[in-house]
Design a protein around this ligand. Structure first.
Ligand code: BTN
Length: 263
């Protein structure tokens, strides 16, 4: 196993991604893991905050020297596969992935992934892979605006889960995916991703940064991990980054896995 060594553990940091980035600049080894009990400035995708109270969840970041790999855009997606596998192994729950890498249980977010690249001399060299999992967090620690969209593992299993054991399993699952990633088993990874995707085949609204909301069908995944959206107006968009909302009652009415057949 190459991921998870050495481990830097902290009671509180601003963000484990920020600490890992700093260590990366100082030459830390591939696989270095930064874990914290709490974050004061946890960061999420699309510039959002990640709520990171103390003593209840897992906040971790791995340094991956994978920035030059052709498939680097898949790193956050493989992390979400690893999270789903670790959840299943430790709780028996079947989590699913909302494109690109939100992990959901019964439609509510239980974990998120933030991959940030570190470049030296303008060339991407490393990826800081940050993962946050809501393990034992109760609703009382969340603002009420998130009560209907966010959940935790303990809420579903009805008991507290050992966070250290969860992290060990998560690291092992991530290591398995990362080995596949390096050994060019991308078609395995892509099929695995599609099999636990909650997005592909669904009616969705994608909120694009400049264009705004676009309504359509999530048609498939491109080879770089982008989402292929067939708009209601008929044209097809390839989306690299967006916030996607699943529309209820419009699930799996079409089976449009054309990209899966190509892989
Ligand atoms: C998302 O918006 O879904 C991504 C959330 C990623 C949160 C994790 S917690 C550990 C690491 N450190 C951070 O500041 N963010 C990531």
């Amino acid at each position: 196993m190459i991921l998870g060594q050495p481990i830097h553990r902290f009671e509180e940091v601003t963000s484990t991604n920020a600490v890992a980035m700093d260590l990366c600049h100082k030459g830390a080894l591939e696989g270095t893991l930064v874990v914290a009990d709490a974050q004061t400035q946890g960061r999420g995708r699309l510039g959002r905050d990640w709520i990171s109270p103390s003593g209840v969840n897992v906040y971790c970041s791995y340094i991956l020297r994978a920035g030059h790999r052709e498939w680097v855009s898949w790193v956050p997606l493989i992390a979400s596969i690893a999270v789903v596998s670790a959840i299943h192994a430790k709780t028996g729950l079947n989590a699913r992935i909302k494109w690109p890498n939100d992990v959901l249980i019964e439609g509510k977010k239980v974990a998120g992934v933030l991959a940030e690249t570190v470049s030296n001399t303008g060339e991407i060299q490393s990826v800081i892979l940050g993962i946050g999992v809501n393990v034992n967090m109760s609703k009382a620690l969340l603002p009420s605006s998130l009560h209907f969209t966010t959940t935790s593992l303990s809420e579903h299993v009805g008991e507290l889960i050992d966070r250290n054991q969860f992290l060990t399993r998560l690291t092992g699952e991530l290591d398995v995916q990362y080995q596949k990633f390096w050994n060019a088993s991308m078609s395995d990874i892509i099929h695995e991703y599609l099999s636990i995707s909650d997005t592909i085949g669904r009616r969705v609204i994608a909120y694009l940064p400049v264009v705004g909301p676009v309504d359509g069908w999530a048609d498939g995944i491109e080879l770089d991990g982008s989402l292929r959206l067939r708009c209601l107006q008929g044209d097809t968009l390839i989306i690299r980054s967006a916030d996607v909302v699943h529309l209820r009652g419009e699930e799996k009415k079409r089976s449009v896995f054309s990209e899966e057949r190509k892989i």
